[in-house]
Design a protein around this ligand. Structure first.
Ligand code: SF4
Length: 250
């Protein structure tokens, strides 16, 4: 993390519109880091888009922050990949984990596998393991760079490049530099620039592949005709079509 202190610009609609006009992902990340320094962080759960964002930021040759949410239920490959990322880029990932007390209370009340019971309990689990740690991450920044893309699902089809969000009484910027990229462009970038990525993306199970990674059990590979998020909480597919968000991006 950079230790340089600097004047942080005021976050308002005018600034959001100026940033929104920067269509080139590298230029946008560069501008954000110049304006906000260590008040900017890339938040990633290790998706391919997160790998691209990290690589773009690393091209500047200066320190930058990356945070991850460790739900404590991720694939072993994901933890190994995080270690590899740190080694490759020479940074330390900021790892935000569930609050011990809240986690214990949830597990004592509902058990480890509460997410099978109902949509409500799945959201409760996501809240304790992801949303609350993410909120703690938000308290440390003014700009959250995230890898959302419009092609990932119907619900994400209108995702803006830059949004002003609220963190308590403060305004923060949520920025999606790759919002108009598609899967092919992301994969091309990764292969052209030899970017490290989670090996689970190479796994093929009877023609199904991981398109989006999250917790074990709750994430499964998808068939070519399915949407990238169809593999999340598959047991809700018949009754909860379309509701495939964990709460981080709502
Ligand atoms: S994805 Fe599953 S295990 Fe992970 S936080 Fe959400 S419900 Fe819990």
């Amino acid at each position: 993390m950079s230790s340089v202190t600097q004047d942080i610009p005021r976050i308002d609609q005018n600034l959001a519109e100026q940033l929104d006009a920067i269509e080139d992902a590298y230029e946008l990340i560069d501008e954000l880091l110049k304006l906000f320094g260590d008040r900017v962080a890339i938040g990633t759960s290790g998706q391919l888009t997160g790998c691209v964002l990290i690589d773009l930021a690393a091209r500047r040759g200066q320190p930058f922050r990356v945070f991850v949410i460790d739900t404590l239920r991720l694939h072993p490959e994901t933890y190994e990949f995080w270690d590899r990322l740190e080694e490759h880029y020479g940074f330390k990932l900021e790892r935000f984990k569930p609050d011990d007390e809240k986690l214990d209370r949830m597990l004592n009340q509902h058990g480890e596998f509460l997410f099978f019971d109902s949509k409500f309990k799945q959201e409760h689990c996501c809240n304790v393991r992801k949303v609350e740690p993410n909120q703690r991450a938000m308290q440390t920044l003014d700009v959250w760079i995230t890898g959302l893309r419009r092609d990932q699902s119907a619900e994400r089809g209108e995702t803006p490049r830059v949004t002003i969000g609220q963190e308590g009484v403060r305004d923060i910027l949520k920025v999606c530099p790759l919002v108009d990229w598609d899967e092919e462009r992301v994969r091309d970038y990764i292969s052209e620039h030899d970017v490290p990525y989670n090996p689970l993306f190479d796994v093929s199970l009877h023609g199904a592949h991981y398109k989006s990674l999250g917790c074990v059990i709750c994430t499964t590979p998808v068939m070519p005709h399915e949407s990238p998020r169809a593999g999340r909480w598959r047991w809700f597919n018949a009754v909860e079509e379309g509701k495939k968000e964990c709460g981080l991006h709502i």
